[in-house]
Design a protein. Structure first.
Length: 222
């Protein structure tokens, strides 16, 4: 009788142990599952936030590069346009033998285009390409200088008429050149440098989450 009671008690104790063990195991598994899901959600949120910040930086970079390109195009249009206009008025004055013509604006336009030459060339090379830079030099800088020499080599009416015709062609080339560059910028066919990952600027650290910064520390995020 006592043996049966002991056996029954042992059986109940063993059953209770297994039940409690199973319960604890399920609790631990549930905790680990919750922890895993929490970490995955946190990592996913950090990734989404990082991608959002990265895209914002790319957009800012693109906008900045576009502004540089647009400013450069405007400068070319203004500087070359002035040179063409004042060279044209000079030719007209020479054809009419107008001794009262003031050459100061013309000389100022020559000085300006020469002073801005290096800056414009470097800007074209930076924002577009070396080919575009050489194209500018050939189509405008060199042709306007040659036309200037033609005007002053001999002020006969034939030379002046030829120089005036050349100016009309250069002006048409300027409109075409500017239009081509504007289309390139609108289509993002220029040097945007947005294909590179933006470097982390810790002045923007308020945009980073704690998890993102932790991931950077273990080199998961760049």
């Amino acid at each position: 009788m006592q043996l049966k009671a002991k056996t029954k008690t042992y059986s109940l104790t063993t059953t209770s142990f297994y039940v409690i063990s199973a319960y604890l195991i399920f609790q631990i598994l549930g905790f680990l599952q919750s922890l895993f899901i929490g970490l995955m959600i946190a990592a996913g949120t950090a990734w989404i936030q990082h991608r959002g910040w990265e895209n914002q930086e790319k957009i800012k970079t693109l906008d900045s590069e576009k502004k540089k390109a647009y400013d450069l195009i405007e400068q070319i249009s203004e500087v070359v346009g002035k040179r063409i206009y004042h060279q044209s008025t000079l030719i007209t004055a020479l054809q009419k033998h107008d001794d009262s013509y003031n050459r100061d604006p013309y000389e100022s336009s020559v000085k300006e285009i020469n002073e801005e030459y290096y800056k414009i060339c470097m800007g074209l090379k930076y924002s577009f390409s070396n080919e575009v830079m050489l194209n500018y030099e050939k189509r405008f800088q060199n042709r306007l200088a040659n036309n200037n020499r033609k005007i002053f080599s001999a002020s006969c009416s034939l030379n002046l008429t030829s120089a005036h015709s050349e100016l009309k062609e250069i002006n048409w080339e300027l409109n075409k050149f500017v239009d081509t560059l504007l289309k390139k910028v609108r289509r993002n066919e220029f040097s945007t440098f947005t294909n590179k990952n933006p470097t982390t600027n810790f002045e923007n650290r308020e945009k980073f989450t704690t998890i993102y910064l932790a991931l950077r520390l273990i080199n998961i995020r760049h």
